[in-house]
Design a protein around this ligand. Sequence first.
Ligand code: ATP
Ligand code: MG
Length: 356
Amino acid sequence: MKGNIAVLPGDGIGKEVTKGAVEILEAVAQKFGHEFEFQYGEIGGGAIDNTGSPLPDETVDICRKSDAVLLGAVGGPKWDNHPVDIRPERGLLKIRKELNLYANLRPISYYSSLSEASPLKKELIEGADFVIVRELTGGLYFGKPSERVTREGKDAVVDTLFYTKEEMHRIIKLAFELASNRTKKVTSVDKANVLESSRMWRETAEEIAKEYPDVTLEHMLVDNAAMQLIRNPKQFDVVVTENLFGDILSDEASVLTGSLGMLPSASISTNGPNLYEPIHGSAPDIAGQNLANPIATILSAASLLRLSFGLEAEANAVEQAVEAVLEKGFRTGDIADEQSTKLSTSEMVAEIKTVL
Ligand code: ATP
Ligand code: MG
């Protein structure tokens, strides 16, 4: 098959890890007889330096014309106090809106060879394998008004939690679709004992559950979910929740695998290309030193093959190659211990390519 992939390396280690993932995609293309074309776009601090905008129109255009987008990471200390605002709403939140990326999928898988990397007890996390589905374009992060106000003469503030029923429906439906192909359990997370929005969320989940008789629906309050993720993560298959809750829970869940450098994500669009990125940031402390773990981005590329191109065997091959390399004891610095062989970013990419 032929595929058009937009690559947005961004800043810091984003450049190094996307380079590694593109190499793996090229190796996949060669091995399985596909043709991928890569179009590069600027985003983040580098884009500000070169174009004056953290998300130039040209980048959005490249993305819209692609079949899938691979993103590295954006930002860094250089732009923290920059006159051009690099805050999320100008860069990352904007691309989510532009591409209608309404759902963020974060698979959390336990790697037996990395059990020492997590601060959690091995017995608790061994075998854990679930996906967090986070709503990405609604809720508190986008609701208007969001501003400082004066109310009853007092300095005050308002943020708005707004969702349409349709927005809830499409994300919860996606969770049920995913669960149908997994172990058939959806845990819907809300705060229905307090929030009106959560009561509509619950009602919507119940309606959708009727269409999926073989999928079990469970409701869980977000405070309890935060605890259960650590106490008993093996109970979960697909966890679905709104934007703010999902932001917090997905970072919390990352502790299970021990390093940010291991965790991929996929953002699903209503009508255009999906976007795939590691969950970590631009890691200014190690940027440009060939030290970053490229696995999160390589696993994001595996999701790209599976979800955007339907290349299941190819995606599995990449995931198995990553596991095989870890089994051999190869590690980048973030996941290394005394027994492991320490590799640079490019060496790790080369090892994964060898076993692909
Ligand atoms: P952002 O605000 O962009 O999310 P951040 O400051 O929250 O950035 P990261 O940039 O993700 O966080 O970095 C957090 C820590 O994790 C840093 O010490 C960084 O070096 C480390 N880290 C992040 N990603 C990786 C990786 N792929 N390989 C190795 N270390 C990483
Ligand atoms: Mg961060």
